[in-house]
Write a protein that binds this ligand. Sequence first.
Ligand SMILES: CC(C)(COP(=O)(O)OP(=O)(O)OC[C@H]1O[C@@H](n2cnc3c(N)ncnc32)[C@H](O)[C@@H]1OP(=O)(O)O)[C@@H](O)C(=O)NCCC(=O)NCCS
Length: 166
Amino acid sequence: MQRRMKIDYSCPVLYRLYKPEDFVALYAIEQVCFHPPDRFSRGYMRRLVEQPNSATWIAEEDESMSGFALVEWTREAELAAYIQTLEVVPERRGKGVGGELLRRLENSASAAGAALIWLHVDAENAAAIRVYQARGYVRHGREEDYYGRNRAALIYAKPLGVEQAI
Ligand SMILES: CC(C)(COP(=O)(O)OP(=O)(O)OC[C@H]1O[C@@H](n2cnc3c(N)ncnc32)[C@H](O)[C@@H]1OP(=O)(O)O)[C@@H](O)C(=O)NCCC(=O)NCCS
């Protein structure tokens, strides 16, 4: 029996670092993915992407932005990286874009010398929690009322190896 070949007509995903001209498209994704009071304001988001000691990765398909993710690093006892956000437009989810953006955040943080990467995630955000758990993040705690009254955050963290390749 002749088998039909399955052809994938979807565009390849291009991953690259943020450029200032990306801001409008990036913030449009924030508006799709989060609603007030969870949404970052435009000003806060701009400060995040422009700060030193951070990396913002963009996922692009057919010249259209399908997701982005942002990590920053600070020195406390040791250099640690914090994931500010990871966002993929609803119609492009479930195809590995979020996981690849996460991997790139880890590589940027690792290249900056961070030994650990961590984040807060809404305790009800099962999709995001699955992505983190599947990629080696371990739950380290819970903060009640972090996102507002009766909305807890879970803290997930992962040690970073220095030799991760991009
Ligand atoms: C969390 C979020 C970024 C995940 O993005 P995503 O692109 O769907 O993530 P992935 O595709 O990498 O992983 C999602 C699922 O798709 C599966 N998947 C990965 N590659 C795939 C492929 N090629 N084909 C089909 N499914 C695939 C993954 O296995 C994963 O399933 P699993 O969780 O059962 O293992 C996305 O849901 C989102 O933007 N949510 C709103 C914003 C948000 O809450 N962000 C988190 C802030 S803490």
